[in-house]
Design a protein around this ligand. Structure first.
Ligand code: G3P
Ligand code: MG
Length: 233
């Protein structure tokens, strides 16, 4: 089972920062999830729409500027990195699940992925792009049909696996609270990978493994590896 370091190794370093990415790599992660919003013409790596939970700043992320963000403390002296800085830091050493939040992210994403392949040597299959915003995923898939897409849901919609299949998604990303065996079986029958978030409890990890899910997002990837087996991270 794939263990995806959620917001980097966010149980061990400030989430979505370069320190969290480095920690995940140090632990041998083969995949990292992170969240991006658009600021000016760039994507920046931060979870919330608002700055105050993650940083010493205030206000909406998309109203901020790159210059202002660069001066904020994102915890333990870390900065809010741009996606490009994270791509440079990871340098192709693991796969990346980029979760699109906020507005107008598709165009800068497409440009950045192409630049990452040309300048940093990433392979296209290293990227999995997910979002709770399904119209956005549909538009992205139209723009880049080969892109691996992960359809996120925080609830349990009827016919969700069918929708993801019709979207041409690679995977469905579901909340651990709704990881029902019937849903998992339906998604897998349709050829979709099933990834479950956020899973930090060993008991949940083992049950999901028994149910045949393909991966879990964990804030504690080292603990997940200890629980699930050494080769899986
Ligand atoms: O991508 C999995 C998970 O990160 C989705 O929810 O709110 O933690 O970004 P959230
Ligand atoms: Mg996320």
């Amino acid at each position: 089972m794939l263990i995806i370091a959620h917001r980097g190794a966010s149980g061990l370093a400030p989430e979505n920062t370069l320190a969290a990415m480095e920690k995940a790599l140090e632990l041998g992660a083969s995949a990292i999830e992170l969240d991006v919003h658009r600021v000016e013409d760039q994507l920046v790596v931060i979870h919330d729409r608002w700055l105050q939970r993650h940083t010493d700043g205030h206000g909406l992320v998309h109203h901020s500027t790159l210059a202002a963000l660069a001066n904020l403390d994102a915890g333990q002296g870390q900065r809010v990195p741009t996606l490009w800085q994270v791509l440079e830091c990871i340098d192709g050493r693991c796969d990346l699940n980029i979760e699109l939040k906020g507005r107008n992210t598709n165009q800068p994403l497409i440009e950045l992925l192409s630049q990452a392949q040309l300048q940093l040597g990433y392979q296209p299959q290293q990227f999995l792009i997910s979002s709770f915003n399904h119209p956005k995923l549909m538009r992205l898939k139209q723009l880049q049909p080969d892109l691996k897409i992960g359809a996120l849901t925080a609830s349990c919609p009827l016919d969700y696996a069918r929708f993801a299949e019709e979207l041409g998604a690679y995977s469905v990303h579901i909340d651990v609270n709704f990881a029902e065996p019937e849903f998992i079986a339906d998604a897998k029958r349709r050829g979709l990978k099933v990834f479950v978030y956020t899973v930090d409890e060993p008991e949940d990890m083992l049950e999901l493994q028994r149910q045949g899910v393909d991966g879990v997002f964990s804030n504690l990837p080292d603990q997940a590896r200890a629980t699930l087996g050494s080769h899986t991270i």
